[in-house]
Write a protein of this length. Structure first.
Length: 399
């Protein structure tokens, strides 16, 4: 892709902010068509689909925040002069063409496109059929902002393909693809990994754990658990599994209080065999594979562990590698936990709901990566570039 001037890119984004603001009603009407056609049995997916005035404000803010960030392209990473006279400069460079496959959320059509464009990438948007009308409207707005500035609509493309057509496109794309980001459930991710012929960056499942250590502040723990579980059940950073240390003072009473607090807030609970001895009326785990399941619902598992090592092992065996939290006033224990739990984000005494580009100061995000290459955690503007070496010589040859 030809490198675009930063001023021109920012002008496109400024126009997009205005277009979004001026065409709110058109977007809301398009979104209502999607909502009317949606089966509300899946409440989490429905919640992700909704666009209201507040969501439009957030879309505009996301574009503005990216516009105000420094251009990530062509930034010097390192420079060195060799004894043979060569000068080597390592600079950031665009990926080229990025494809994102996502479900439900129309705001991804804004965040993914604004990040890719500012980082000088072309982006192919493959949204879910449940958000078809919303996404069509948003892409039309993008194309208007591009053409008003003399740029091709090809920078932001909307792919209208069913599952079989998507599968064929992944196998035999009709244009170069440099990176694919599947943003959705495990079935979607497996589908893309099976068929893609280029690099795939995984935006993994949540299935996040919180461990209440024996030295935890209990009131603080209840507050954090409630927020992480109930604040937004459709988010990938929501809490699903709670591990309580059997050595905590008042273990029995605390389990009973935890059950009461969760159920009062309409959270259903499932317990392991150890916790069942105390919470005798609670449903018990019948299939151990549930430990690896992301719920996206008002339910959670409460399990017992005897040591911090047991908690670390349980999390590393079962979590999605997204987020995990320890509740403890013991900083040494927290350090052991945070260094050894294999997740993109680890917390001490805080809700997993903060694993979010905006909350972490990154700004708009393409996804939360649970991969270890090329980046882990929120994929913001600075992460949507690769690098290139510029080598300057004067006739040097290798001998």
């Amino acid at each position: 892709m030809k490198l675009l001037d930063t001023t021109l890119k920012n002008k496109v984004l400024k126009d997009m902010e205005r277009i979004l603001d001026e065409n709110r009603e058109e977007l809301l009407q398009a979104n209502q068509k999607d909502l009317d056609a949606f089966n509300r049995d899946d409440q989490a997916l429905y919640d992700r689909l909704v666009v209201d005035q507040k969501k439009v404000d957030q879309m505009i803010q996301a574009v503005k925040e990216v516009r105000l960030q420094e251009d990530p392209v062509n930034q010097e990473i390192s420079t060195r002069a060799l004894d043979n006279g060569l000068k080597i400069i390592n600079r950031t460079a665009p990926f080229g063409t990025i494809m994102i496959i996502y479900e439900s959320r129309p705001d991804v059509t804004i965040e993914a496109a604004v990040l890719a464009f500012k980082a000088n990438n072309k982006i192919l948007l493959k949204g879910g059929k449940e958000a078809y009308h919303s996404n069509k409207a948003l892409v039309k707005f993008w194309h208007r902002a591009l053409t008003q500035n003399g740029l091709s609509e090809d920078y932001i493309q909307f792919l209208e393909m069913d599952r079989s057509q998507t599968q064929e496109f992944l196998r035999n794309p009709d244009q170069d693809l440099d990176l694919i980001v599947p943003r959705g459930g495990e079935r979607l991710i497996a589908f893309v990994k099976e068929h893609a012929k280029c690099a795939v960056l995984i935006s993994g499942r949540g299935n996040n754990f919180l461990y209440v250590h024996k030295d935890a502040d209990w009131d603080k723990s209840l507050k954090v658990i409630l927020n992480a579980k109930t604040h937004k059940i459709s988010a990938c950073n929501a809490l699903d599994k709670i591990l309580v240390d059997t050595r905590i003072d008042g273990y029995k009473e605390k389990l009973e209080e935890l059950k009461k607090v969760l159920e009062t807030n309409n959270v259903s609970i499932i317990v392991d065999k150890t916790v069942k001895q105390i919470l005798t009326e609670a449903d018990t785990i019948t299939d151990e594979s549930i430990w690896q399941e992301e719920f996206l619902a008002m339910k959670c598992i409460i399990g017992a562990v005897d040591t911090i090592d047991d908690a670390i092992h349980m999390i590393n065996k079962n979590s999605g590698g997204h987020s995990a939290s320890i509740m403890t006033e013991n900083n040494s224990a927290a350090q052991i936990f945070m260094e050894n739990v294999d997740c993109a984000a680890v917390y001490q005494n805080a809700s997993t709901r903060f694993t979010d580009g905006g909350q972490m100061g990154v700004g708009a995000e393409l996804a939360i990566s649970t991969d270890k290459l090329h980046h882990r955690g929120p994929l913001g503007l600075k992460q949507l570039v690769t690098n290139k070496y510029y080598v300057f010589g004067d006739g040097q040859i290798r001998v």
